[in-house]
Design a binder for this molecule. Structure first.
Ligand code: B1M
Length: 245
């Protein structure tokens, strides 16, 4: 069971709405661990009704719960089918938070094409980045998982974004980012895009090595970095000009 086993979990008759905030969050970590999508949706709604900021619900209840799942997955206590259920439960919570994170009314900041690289089907982190970017006023074109070079190039050609975002969660798939960047260079279009990369096994050194513009540690930082690059690229007129479109 999850790290916080013994606090409030394991009770069939737990009424989420009767728990205080700390116990509810602990229970949600357990429910995420157990892949209980309905309970995660309910817990998410309860925290929102208690005036929790959507971002706080996301990070403290959902992302932290997934971190705990990741530890037991790594240690061979949980296996793929169980972790898939946890991922589905997480998505149930994210579906509720998505419109709230996106409704900030921020001016149009720019456009990003984002996708997970070839061979990799992890999409939760990428989806979170997309949600946060939308909330910050970016137009987000999510091209999904398992993208080869052609898929990235086609999306860039079709959508003409300012930013290309790539995600990789596996040490075996992260080198593919370099393949994509090299393809951009070969076509002479590398400098047309801000290339941002992210995913748990990456770091700044890796981003430098593959020729990306920056490594983004998490979704919130991705937004900050994207904004920074956009304002460098277009000057302070960027947000104003795009808002008027
Ligand atoms: Co996978 N898996 N998995 N898995 N999985 C990891 C990544 C792993 C670290 C688990 C472990 O061993 N502890 C391990 C990788 C080890 C390694 O490479 N060294 C692993 C493995 C081995 C595997 C399989 C090979 C297992 C197997 O089949 N034997 C297999 C591979 C499948 C494949 O892709 N080909 C596999 C499968 C799966 C599931 C399908 C069961 C499921 C994915 C479901 C889904 O995504 N729809 C899954 C999950 C859920 C995980 C863990 C538990 C959680 C990942 C996650 O969603 N984290 C993960 C363990 C872990 O990371 N602790 C693990 C939460 C998410 C919010 O964080 O994705 O890091 P993260 O995203 C962050 C930042 O990294 C950053 O911002 C995000 C939000 O803050 N970010 C970006 C991410 N992408 C970005 C892009 C950007 C910017 C920032 O662009 C601009």
């Amino acid at each position: 069971m999850a790290e916080n086993d013994g606090q409030v979990d394991g009770e069939d008759d737990v009424v989420l709405a009767e728990l205080n905030d700390a116990d509810l969050v602990a229970q949600m970590h357990d429910d995420l661990y157990d892949g209980l999508a309905d309970e995660i949706a309910e817990g998410t709604n309860i925290l929102l009704q208690r005036d929790w900021e959507p971002y706080k619900v996301l990070t403290e209840a959902l992302v932290e719960g997934m971190r705990i799942v990741g530890i037991d997955f790594r240690d061979g206590i949980l296996f793929v089918p169980e972790v898939l259920q946890s991922a589905n439960a997480m998505k149930a919570g994210m579906a509720i938070l998505r419109p709230l994170l996106a409704e900030s009314g921020a001016p149009r900041m720019g456009k990003i094409v984002i996708g997970t690289v070839k061979g990799d089907i992890h999409d939760i982190g990428k989806n979170l980045v997309g949600m946060m970017m939308e909330g910050a006023g970016f137009e987000v074109i999510d091209i999904g998982i398992n993208n080869d070079v052609d898929a990235y190039l086609t999306a860039l050609d079709e959508h003409q974004p300012d930013i290309l975002g790539m995600s990789a969660l596996l040490t075996t798939t992260m080198p593919y980012m370099k393949v994509v960047v090299e393809a951009l260079k070969e076509k002479g279009i590398r400098n047309d895009y801000i290339v941002l990369v992210g995913g748990a096994p990456l770091n700044e050194e890796f981003a430098d090595n593959v020729g990306a513009d920056a490594y983004c540690r998490d979704a919130a930082i991705s937004v900050e970095i994207a904004k920074e690059f956009m304002s460098k690229r277009q000057g302070s007129a960027a947000a104003v000009g795009m808002a008027a479109q």
